[in-house]
Design a protein around this ligand. Sequence first.
Ligand code: MIC
Ligand code: SF4
Length: 641
Amino acid sequence: MKKSLCFKILEDHLLRGELVPGEEITIRMDQTLTQDSTGTMVYLQLEALNPKELKTQRSVAYIDHNMLQAGFENADDHVFIRSVAAKRGIVFSKPGGGICHQVHLERFSKPGITLLGSDSHTPTSGGMGALAIGAGGLDVAVAMAMGEYNLIVPKVVNIRLSGALRPGVNAKDVILEILKKRTVKGGVGCVMEYSGEGIKSLSVTDRATICNMGAELGATTSIFPSDEQTREYLVALGRGKDYRELSADSDAIYDEWMDLDLSEIQPLAAMPHSPDAVKSIREIGPIKVDQVAIGSCTNSSYSDMMKVAKYLEGKRVSPEVDLVISPGSATILEMLARNGALATMVSAGARILESACGPCIGMGQAPKTGAVSLRTFNRNFKGRSGTMSAEVFLVSPETAVVSAVAGVLTDPTEFFTEIEIQQPDRYPEASGGFIYPEEADFGEVVMGPNIKPFPMGHALEENVSGKVLIKVGDNITTDDIVPSHAKLLPYRSNVPHLAKFSFSTIIEDFHLRAEEHGGGFILGGSNYGQGSSREHAALVPLYLGVRGVLAKGFARIHRSNLINSGILPLVFVNPGDYDKVEEFDALEIDGIRASLERGGDVLVRNLRSGEEYEMLLEVSERERKTLLSGGYLPYLKESTK
Ligand code: MIC
Ligand code: SF4
């Protein structure tokens, strides 16, 4: 008794360690998912691990990010992933099948399972009652090879929902409200667990929207119980047998609570350039809009799409607005095509994009210079759209579509009183977009010329020294460390090429600085490395000779990626010391191996000022060994010798 749903699932999957918040445990992973922009690295690493067989019950490889084939690179990556999937018994979802999180929810997620994905929005499946976690690629490769994953036991925050959303208010507004209250750091080290009467009125896909953007809180994951809504969704998908009723004990103990009355939530927007810069649509006022993009793993479900289509009936998109729509999966696209909704969208003047991430990751549809772009997505970091000067607002599909017609930002509540969408009784069979292991034709693993070996760390030296190559502020994103858009995504399997663009949202010559000084340190503020799971944000610094990152705090996935790459994540004991370090200061850490072996703090000397800073290197036993070996792969190689 007294258990949260999160702890019940953790306990069910516990292999090693104790369920005490802050401690590292090892859990069994039932399923994994990868997408293509992180997937090439995952599969290169899986090939390096070369397991006899996979230890997961189900592993799926999606192609949804790198969909523009402006050159051979993306197509080569797709074929590489398909060839490894065939060799290893992994389900392959072809390009066009849809966005990994939406498709996984439809076809593979189940209540009570554990899922590890090489994408930060993997928690979307929490809407189904799965414990779904985003991680760096190497962790996902290891989960496939060994069936396990190491994580720090989270605190569990209980968000109690009451009431019901008013017409025109979307589950997106719920998570924006939570982001407004807790900020992009507000979930670090926590799992957000939802309960209360209010959840009954939320469909599985509404819940998935809320869990999806829990990633923006920095949370380890988010989860809803499974109930009648979950059963109906699974039955409609022809997967009724996957249903299991699951919830927390009625007297469950939580570390924190938060109450939210759904009926009080207003339509909201996250303003440029952070998902927690939230204001109500009315507060922001009727600003002129240039582009509206509806889709992404946050808001591309059947009901979101149908709300958009219903509103567009008999209307016309403002002549000054570009409206682009990407349905979340081939299944949804097929349903919209069959019921006429697609025709409504097209005749209103919308552009229909394929079922993929598309503009959410800057894969096309970069807005014009200085544009205001409303997007139903989850991230609005500067430059992510592909246009540095664009102002991206994150909104719900209801706000997006009403504003697309009005030409200005508009509160949708009064326009949705008559619109009600029924959840479908039956989804069509999965499209021909899957290749199951049974039917896969395994030949050779195929590697195109753009796929380069990934860098590997080496055993940690006694003393580490170097210059501070860059000093950055709080909440630096992985989009800053390694930007991603149509021009760079094709190089996800080519770390040397990506390295030339590291930190280019902040300075142009980071890679030149690193080359000139033979590597060194990065100085960061709090929540360093928030955002995506891309381990390129560690592999690129590793390639450029970065030995350590000194920061006030780290985002969860990025911290693990640094350790997996053999880069030291050092936290200031006195955050005020951050101000005393300047760019190009020479730093020295003596006896770092000994400090690590002792498990104590680390002293960093500033050769310019002569000052010493106490830094915390808070690591588990396994992480300590990983750093000593120079990364997770070298560590695994040593420990299995
Ligand atoms: C994102 O939304 O930032 C991405 C692109 O999906 C990333 C993965 C990547 O960088 O390839 C994520 O969220 O992990
Ligand atoms: Fe794709 Fe965007 Fe979702 Fe990332 S956030 S998985 S880029 S749709």
